[in-house]
Write a protein that binds this ligand. Sequence first.
Ligand code: FAD
Length: 475
Amino acid sequence: GGADIECEMLVLGAGPGGYSAAFRSADLGMKTVIVERYATLGGVCLNVGCIPSKALLHVAAVMDEANHMADLGVTFAAPQVDIDKLRAHKDKVVGKLTGGLAGMAKGRKVDIVRGFGTFLDPHHIEVEVTDGAGQDKTGSKKVIKFQKCIIAAGSAAVHLPFIPKDPRIVDSTGALELRFVPKKMLVIGGGIIGLEMATVYSTLGARVDVVEMMDGLMQGPDRDAVKVWEKQNASRFDKIMLKTKTVAVDAKEDGLYVTFEGEGVSPEPVKYDMILQAAGRAPNGKKIGADKAGVAVTDRGFINVDAQMRTNVPHIFAIGDVVGNPMLAHKAVHEAHVAAEVAAGHKAAFDATVIPGVAYTHPEVAWVGYTEDQAKKEGRKVESAKFPWAASGRAIANGAEYGFTKLIFDAETHRVIGGAIVGPNAGDMIGEVCLAIEMGCDAVDIGKTIHPHPTLGETVGMAAEVAHGTCTDVP
Ligand code: FAD
């Protein structure tokens, strides 16, 4: 049949994966179309993920810091939160970035078709056009014929089946809407997203409980890093319930009554004013009619790809959250560039050695590559070196002497293969460790690199000197 639009490259989804893929495709000379259901570009990350959460975490960090100043001899008045203004600030940050993307798409002559796309066959996609807000279908349809396609359909929050629909029960998107600050809040899920939102709401005045099924918070980093976080947050949260299952939620007019199952939890339901569901995200692979294009989707909704980001159908690629973990924006962007380059006939492959993870909580926890736990499990011989921030002048001056910087080395080659940093700005500093791993640096390379003093960043160099036995800054 006829098509309304024809293109060389069709990108399904405009998150960090999709827009990066589309822009690179266009830069490489392909006539490119993006299909995106929502009104703005940027996907989860820019609209309801990375960026709005960091806008709020920044405000929370300043409030926390102001609060600590009393110990240093400077007292501020108790904070007064104008939640409408705060929400407007967050929306403005998001708007700046998504607006910027729209301009960048226009500059590259990338066409954007707004609507919900599903495959008709390996070379056609049908788009149910959505209204301006991207919520409602308008009834009109467009068919796009493409030579090549990159699927960047992303992921969505998992909703636990037994939890009722109620405006007081939200996922991360709802929590970021910042409609109200509850008196008492339950966060289901002690992963990064749950803990970041728990940090924001607790700083804004909510009393927060966190419940987690596993035996620890944050699954990524070594436990020594998580311990530091826990100690610093001991008074922030009312209760952190580990190895505990949420089994029932009863939404009554006067509150949400939650029943837990686990060691040491009361059998009586506990009352909350708000619940955040942050128990994981599921890929959107099953919602795009992939079978019509012959693209294989796993039971869980992931699309498997090779190092060139190709699906089982050679002219159809997939990237980002929909291809697997870790579900992180920086991974999506790198995969996007590979897919676009391969599609344009270039030689490229996804061959990153490591993908860093960061919890932008207070303090931040950042990690990359091997953890000691993982090395132990795999029977790999490693050496680790830790530089305690109690020995860093800058950390002491900043009131962050509880932090640490840890490097993990291969015991034989002494090359750095992992690292973890806990403390303010840990996420900014882990980049150096990523570079060191990708470059194959050993302890001497890092230790002999002159870092600026006094900075938190120099703790990376000092940890390397600890490993090499040349650190003169620790007792
Ligand atoms: P997405 O961003 O999910 O984008 C997919 C897009 O495709 C969406 O816009 C969707 O509307 C569209 N789409 C899907 N199906 C269709 C269809 N059939 N038709 C039309 N359009 C469709 N990651 C980090 O690296 N750092 C962080 O600090 C961070 N913070 C986060 C905080 C929160 C609260 C959340 C929820 C996530 C966070 N993430 C963070 C994860 C990050 O947002 C994702 O990894 C990233 O957005 C994935 O990008 P993507 O391009 O694969 O998909």
